[in-house]
Design a protein around this ligand. Structure first.
Ligand code: C5P
Length: 400
């Protein structure tokens, strides 16, 4: 996915991560973390402790990062100054109780702890250890001391630990760490906004076990919710059935039918400043739902009626938020999207032709045209994350 790399590189362009790896069984996960960070367009330089060398080789980290890895204070005597000075963010993953203790007490007896003392920017730690150590009051005091100085804690999670016991101490998963780093590097230009996003398909029940729905996966809406949160907004996501992970930091409301979605939107809309209607509402619902499972016998005729038009209900309100809708069409019918923009009284509509390669349902990418009163902005085929950022950027531009 050459295009994905190129565009994300633009978002986080020229940003560099200094990654500290300390000695834990989770150290091997640093390779995957580096790969994911580089996919996001970030450059990564690693410093590792001697103890980390028991779990992972320097060579693995060098190959993954495509940069020299520093393991001691003296082979390159200026590294503890130059590496932190050239980094935008400093992340320690995994962070052991030992390295957290050193950080909290200003000890600088290895390359990693010395880099921490000389670094001037934002620092995040992803602790990994036994639950016994995690709960220890001496460790907790050290952790609190770091947090009180603005260090960001990512995880740990509860789970089965390397020692064979269950408890709190498992390093946060890589996707969570990457998302938090992206968030820390993102300008908070939606800080005072309350963004309400709908996503996914609705299900319109024929009987208790059967329903009418559509192929929407929810990916576009979930990306929008995550991108808005990353940019500092308070975000609520109302989602129809989806198998996606819930976005980090977002209030999540699960619904099934279009009527459920309308009710949930009505409850949340008063306090929202931006409404993004990316859900694929089933356009039709059965005229009536059978209370019992309908028996199979010969032909069945369904009578359908239209579902409530949620976006139109919202745009009729006297005090209405900024409204962004979507128009999924089969063919390049931008004129239809423009008509919907007017008829449904929205502020922006995102057009996409679902028959274009890489643009259909369930794809990780999308090729859209953002249409508003002033202009049409045609974007190339992009990952949905980048499409989400472009939509929010245009919204900010219009409202400025
Ligand atoms: O389905 P249509 O192309 O008319 O969708 C345009 C916009 O209207 C989309 O943002 C969609 O989520 C929204 N919509 C809605 N309620 C419906 C149907 C569509 O809010 N019943």
């Amino acid at each position: 996915m050459k295009n994905k790399r190129k565009v994300l590189k633009k978002v986080l362009k020229n940003k560099s991560v200094l990654l500290g790896v300390s000695g834990s069984v989770a150290s091997y996960k640093a390779v995957d973390l580096i790969r994911r960070l580089r996919e996001e367009g970030l450059s990564v330089t690693v410093v590792m402790t001697e103890a980390a060398g028991n779990f992972i080789t320097r060579l693995s980290l060098e190959v993954a990062s495509q940069n020299r890895v520093c393991t001691d204070l003296f082979s390159n005597p200026m590294a503890h100054i130059t590496l932190p000075a050239n980094a935008d963010i400093f992340i320690v993953a995994p962070a052991t109780a030992n390295i957290i203790g050193k950080f909290a007490n200003g000890i600088a007896d290895d390359i990693l702890s010395t880099c921490f003392l000389s670094f001037k920017g934002k620092v995040a730690i992803a602790p990994a250890m036994s639950w016994r150590i995690y709960e220890n009051p001496f460790f907790q005091d050290n952790l609190k001391a770091l947090l009180s100085r603005g260090v960001v804690q990512i995880g740990p999670d509860k789970g089965s630990l390397a020692c064979g016991e269950e408890g709190m101490g498992k390093m946060a998963d890589i996707a969570t760490i990457v998302e938090r780093i992206k968030s820390m590097l993102t300008k908070k230009d939606l800080q005072d906004e309350k963004v309400l996003v709908t996503a996914g398909p609705t299900r319109e029940f024929i009987d208790p076990v059967r329903f009418i729905s559509n192929r929407s996966s929810g990916k576009m809406g979930y990306s929008l919710a995550q991108a808005a949160f990353r940019r500092g907004a308070e975000v609520t996501l109302i989602s129809g059935h989806s198998t996606l992970d819930r976005p980090d930091g977002v209030k999540f409301i699960s619904v099934e039918t279009s009527n459920d979605m309308l009710d949930a939107v009505n409850k949340e809309i008063e306090s929202s400043t931006v409404f993004i209607m990316s859900a694929a509402v089933s356009d039709f619902m059965p005229l009536e739902m059978s209370e019992e499972k309908i028996e199979k016998s010969g032909e069945l005729f369904l009578r359908l009626k239209q579902t409530p038009d949620i976006v139109s209900e919202v745009s009729k309100k006297r005090k209405r938020p900024f409204i962004i809708g979507f128009a999924a069409e089969t063919g390049k019918h931008t004129e239809r999207a423009r008509r919907k923009l007017k008829e449904k009284n929205m502020d922006m509509i995102v057009f996409n032709d679902v028959t274009e390669p890489g643009s259909g349902f369930d794809a990780d990418t999308n090729k859209v045209i953002i249409i508003d009163e002033e202009k049409e902005t045609e974007l190339p085929l992009l990952p949905k994350d980048s499409v989400a950022d472009a939509i929010l950027a245009r919204m900010i531009e219009i409202r400025a």
